[in-house]
Ligand binder design. Structure first.
Ligand code: HEC
Ligand code: HEC
Ligand code: HEC
Ligand code: HEC
Ligand code: HEC
Ligand code: HEC
Ligand code: HEC
Ligand code: HEC
Ligand code: HEC
Ligand code: HEC
Ligand code: HEC
Length: 421
């Protein structure tokens, strides 16, 4: 009924159009108004040929930033701007945003989502409407907006936290959203509602999101320290001064960036025991020799057992302000090492600090005393084993001899007993 009625209205409209155009100066037909469109699409039961809804709730559109701001249906659905005839074609061009948001559109076009759609036909990649919605768009400052700081995890998470879409969209890194929710940043956003905690767009951008392999990406290896330092300014400054930071600045692919030690989406509080122990292994992936010698010391063995009370690498070397021993700023430089030990060994003296936390018994040049002590202990051990080994061997042989002799004697005795029976 309603449909038939609206169609009639439209028919009247289209008939009136040409009639008004009778006078030459008003030759162009009037573009359709929102009411014209809503005459059909405002009907809650309006559907396409394939059964999908094409209904638009007038009150929802009216409350959106566009509806409230006087943007017309045909501003976005631009191919109907001149249409004077209804029903319009079944297939329409996608809604356009560029006429008003050219900067956002241009930035989006350089990003990974647009690129994936364009170059590999990956239609799972996000469009404007996937992140913003279509008829219910709110400004990001509105807590109900899909792009509000505290809601963006859900919005990106619809794809990056959904196993089925990850598979279909070939998202190589997998589900990062579940990891992120449990990280210190995720918890600060979700549980504490902390607006200064980072959400996806703080590290990736919003429209010009790039792959990590792209040198212009915010998460390209060399750019990561700057991305984190936007907020962690103090740590960033120390890091760029350190041996690791200077190596990265020079383009070294070997020195660590923030995420090498902290990860990207699974960042945890730095003072929890488990993490402190894990980061020791992380230092060890690059400083294998230092880790091995550390493991031979008291500190290294206690941490290997799972206790973080004793010194870890970072307790002696620092975490961000790390320098070679020869640098006067180093916490293990000869002038500073006593102070470093004193953090925990309150009575430490210069001679206490002579103890080598990386003592290597195989390295004569570095630790001659340890080298000879170790050699001596090994020889002693070998000597003891050799002596008692030979001793036990001889004892065993002698024992066997006595045993066999005893058995022979018993058998002889038995033989003579049989005779007696
Ligand atoms: C006479 C009723 C009627 C009017 C008036 C009307 N539409 Fe439609 N519209 C339809 C129907 C029916 C469909 C479903 C077409 C199909 O079967 O796929 C549709 C589909 C659409 C679609 C989806 C197209 C697609 O490719 O899936 C859009 C967008 C649309 N209309 C926008 C508008 C706009 C904007 C206006 C006003 C300028 C408008 N319509 C006016 C009836 C109407
Ligand atoms: C801010 C831009 C914008 C405005 C204004 C706008 N639309 Fe849309 N519309 C979209 C987007 C985006 C889509 C999603 C599909 C696409 O990208 O074309 C869409 C989809 C549609 C569809 C297809 C069904 C659906 O919901 O996906 C219809 C029908 C439609 N719009 C009608 C209207 C009508 C009627 C108005 C005016 C009351 C209107 N639109 C105003 C952006 C807009
Ligand atoms: C991957 C998700 C995503 C996609 C795709 C996306 N946006 Fe955005 N957009 C955002 C986020 C996030 C913000 C900013 C939120 C904030 O201000 O913190 C934003 C902000 C905006 C703004 C506000 C002003 C500005 O530029 O910061 C406009 C306008 C906008 N987007 C339009 C668009 C248009 C048009 C498209 C399609 C070409 C698009 N967006 C695609 C996520 C997206
Ligand atoms: C006819 C012009 C026009 C078109 C077309 C248009 N918009 Fe807008 N849009 C506006 C105006 C005006 C505002 C409100 C002023 C502002 O904050 O920029 C706005 C605001 C927005 C905002 C909120 C910005 C903020 O402050 O957070 C987003 C997001 C947005 N538009 C997305 C879109 C998308 C997506 C499309 C295409 C589907 C689109 N717009 C099409 C005019 C338009
Ligand atoms: C509608 C689903 C969808 C939404 C929403 C979405 N993405 Fe994506 N995103 C994809 C798909 C699919 C790819 C894979 C593109 C490719 O590699 O071909 C991708 C790729 C990426 C990449 C590059 C990784 C790669 O594997 O190449 C990053 C980074 C990214 N998205 C971040 C975001 C962020 C941040 C948001 C939210 C602001 C977001 N995405 C929202 C679907 C989505
Ligand atoms: C604190 C900063 C930060 C936040 C917040 C963050 N990411 Fe990341 N993300 C990174 C870094 C750094 C990388 C690069 C990882 C690497 O080098 O292994 C990355 C990588 C990715 C990739 C793979 C990129 C590629 O090219 O392979 C995707 C997809 C992604 N992030 C999505 C998201 C989504 C979705 C969110 C929000 C839930 C998010 N990220 C939040 C820093 C962040
Ligand atoms: C070589 C490994 C490593 C790198 C690289 C690294 N960190 Fe750390 N970070 C640590 C360790 C270890 C701690 C724990 C320090 C402690 O508890 O004494 C830490 C602690 C932190 C803390 C907590 C505050 C503090 O100083 O105790 C923040 C914030 C932090 N790091 C951010 C960053 C940022 C940002 C970057 C990159 C600019 C970065 N980290 C690079 C190992 C690293
Ligand atoms: C938008 C600002 C912002 C960005 C960008 C950011 N962080 Fe944070 N980060 C925070 C805030 C705020 C907290 C404190 C959260 C809390 O304590 O609840 C935090 C906490 C941390 C902590 C735990 C500190 C502690 O006390 O143990 C580490 C480690 C950390 N961030 C590392 C990083 C790394 C690595 C990056 C880059 C990949 C990064 N952050 C990017 C704001 C940011
Ligand atoms: C991703 C690899 C990597 C990780 C992880 C790493 N480092 Fe380094 N580290 C390097 C590189 C590369 C250098 C520079 C070596 C050079 O200048 O030849 C370096 C230099 C150093 C130096 C100066 C000594 C020297 O040989 O120049 C110290 C001390 C050091 N790192 C300690 C640490 C500690 C402690 C950790 C863990 C908290 C750590 N590193 C984690 C790669 C790493
Ligand atoms: C108890 C404190 C302490 C701990 C724990 C410790 N170190 Fe050291 N480290 C030192 C001292 C002191 C030196 C200087 C030794 C020397 O050459 O005289 C040093 C030297 C180094 C050097 C060589 C520096 C240079 O300039 O030649 C590296 C690399 C290093 N340590 C890495 C590590 C790593 C990785 C760990 C953890 C697996 C670790 N350290 C644990 C105190 C410590
Ligand atoms: C983060 C705290 C911490 C730092 C820094 C530290 N140690 Fe220790 N160290 C311990 C703890 C705890 C023990 C366990 C024995 C104890 O309670 O005294 C220990 C044990 C030792 C032991 C074996 C047991 C003993 O007391 O004889 C030696 C040797 C030692 N440390 C040397 C050093 C030297 C040298 C430095 C400085 C280069 C240093 N430590 C820095 C915490 C630390």
């Amino acid at each position: 009924m309603i449909r038939a009625f609206t169609l009639c209205c439209v028919l009247i409209l289209t008939l009136v159009g040409p009639a008004a155009a009778g006078t030459p100066p008003q030759a162009a037909p009037k573009p359709p108004t929102n009411d014209d469109c809503l005459a059909c699409h405002g009907d809650a039961g309006a559907v396409r040929g394939d059964g999908r809804s094409v209904a638009v709730k007038p009150e929802v559109f009216g409350a959106s930033i566009h509806g409230a701001g006087g943007v017309a249906c045909i501003d976005c659905h631009a191919d109907l701007a001149k249409a004077a005839e209804f029903p319009h074609p079944e297939k329409l061009a996608p809604a356009q945003c560029a006429s008003c948001h050219d900067t956002a559109v241009a930035a989006y076009d350089t990003g990974v989502h647009a690129q994936a759609r364009r170059t590999s036909g990956n239609l799972t990649a996000a469009t404007c409407a996937d992140c913003h919605g279509s008829h219910d768009i709110k400004p990001s400052a509105d807590p109900d907006s899909r792009t509000h700081h505290l809601r963006l995890i859900e919005t990106c998470g619809r794809c990056h936290g959904n196993e089925e879409i990850i598979k279909r969209g070939k998202i190589a890194i997998g589900n990062v959203v579940d990891l992120f929710r449990d990280s210190i940043h995720g918890k600060a956003l979700i549980k504490s509602g902390l607006s200064v905690a980072p959400t996806c767009s703080d590290c990736h951008g919003n429209h010009d999101i790039r792959r990590k392999s792209d040198p212009t990406s915010r998460v390209f290896r060399k750019s990561i320290p700057d991305t984190c330092s936007k907020c962690h300014t103090g740590v960033g400054r120390l890091y760029w001064e350190s041996v690791h930071g200077t190596q990265v600045a020079k383009g070294s692919p070997l020195a660590p960036v923030c995420t090498s030690c902290h990860t990207a989406h699974d960042i945890r509080r730095s003072d929890v025991e488990g993490w402190k122990l894990e980061v020791i292994k992380e230092c060890g992936t690059c400083h294998e020799q230092s880790l091995n010698t550390y493991r031979d010391t008291f500190h290294g063995q206690v941490t290997a057992l799972g206790y973080s009370r004793v010194a870890s690498c970072a307790d002696c070397h620092g975490s961000h302000h790390i320098f070679p021993k020869a640098d006067a700023r180093s916490t293990v430089a000869p002038a500073n090492v006593v102070t470093t030990c004193k953090k925990c060994h309150f009575g430490a003296t210069a001679s206490f600090a002579k103890y080598d936390p990386h003592g290597d018994p195989e390295n004569h040049a570095r630790n001659p005393f340890l080298f000879y002590t170790s050699k001596f202990m090994k020889m002693l051990l070998f000597g003891v084993f050799a002596f008692f080994g030979i001793h036990t061997g001889l004892w065993f042989a002698r024992g066997m001899q006595v045993k066999t002799a005893g058995r022979m004697r018993r058998r002889k005795g038995q033989d003579s007993g049989e005779d007696g029976e």
